[in-house]
Design a protein around this ligand. Structure first.
Ligand SMILES: O=P(O)(O)OC[C@H]1O[C@H](OP(=O)(O)OP(=O)(O)O)[C@H](O)[C@@H]1O
Ligand SMILES: Nc1nc2[nH]cnc2c(=O)[nH]1
Length: 179
């Protein structure tokens, strides 16, 4: 699996440092509040686990499962809702945890979902932000790293459902796509 990686963009250490920074920032901003932290399946699984360990506040944890890539390297543009949030989020402060914001379509969908559920506030924490990929206006409140306009994998991010378990974020070798 590691042999399929052309170059590493963010190492395990880089990511841990980002989790500490973002966790501390969120803990300051939400002091005295009890937010619901919502991880977006499946990509955010690893980031969610590491991030919440760095948050020194009372939080509830839940998940939302939406997808739009369906195995390819480009968004299909249509979002499928596979699992709803179970917690009653009406009137609650919600923090969405994402692995990446690219076209912004998934984030736009989730913010509409949260508004429809009458949350008290909605903020977004993403490990990676790819500003050049945007098709709609979408902005995260907390960002680990900006990434170039390339398809990245690892640390939760997949290509055809594989590579999620890489402990770092990297770019695949071109021949992987042609196999
Ligand atoms: O800004 P966008 O272009 O909408 O892309 C971002 C979304 O794409 C990925 O999800 P994907 O649909 O691949 O599902 P997954 O998390 O299950 O891999 C990623 O986890 C984000 O949720
Ligand atoms: N794995 C992966 N999923 C994405 N979803 C949106 N952008 C990306 C990306 O660069 N890599």
């Amino acid at each position: 699996m590691n042999n399929d990686i052309e170059r590493v963009l963010f190492s395990q250490e880089d990511i841990q440092e980002a989790c500490r920074r973002l966790g501390a920032q969120i803990s300051r901003d939400y002091e005295g509040k009890k937010p619901v932290v919502v991880g977006v399946l499946k990509g955010a699984i690893l980031f969610m686990v590491d991030l919440i360990k760095e948050m020194d506040i009372m939080t509830e944890v839940d998940f939302l499962d939406v997808s739009s890539y369906h195995g390819g390297v480009a968004s299909t543009g249509s979002i499928t809702l596979n699992r709803e949030i179970e917690t009653d989020i009406s009137g609650r402060h919600v923090i969405i945890v994402e692995d990446i914001i690219d076209t912004g379509l998934t984030l736009q969908y989730m913010l509409n979902y949260l508004n429809a559920h009458h949350v008290a506030s909605a903020k977004v924490c993403t490990l990676l932000d790819k500003p050049e990929g945007r098709k709609v206006t979408a902005k995260a409140d907390y960002v680990g790293f900006n990434v170039p306009n390339e398809f990245v994998v690892g640390y939760g991010l997949d290509y055809q459902e594989f590579y999620r378990n890489l402990p770092y974020v990297g770019v695949l070798k071109p021949d992987v796509y042609s196999e």
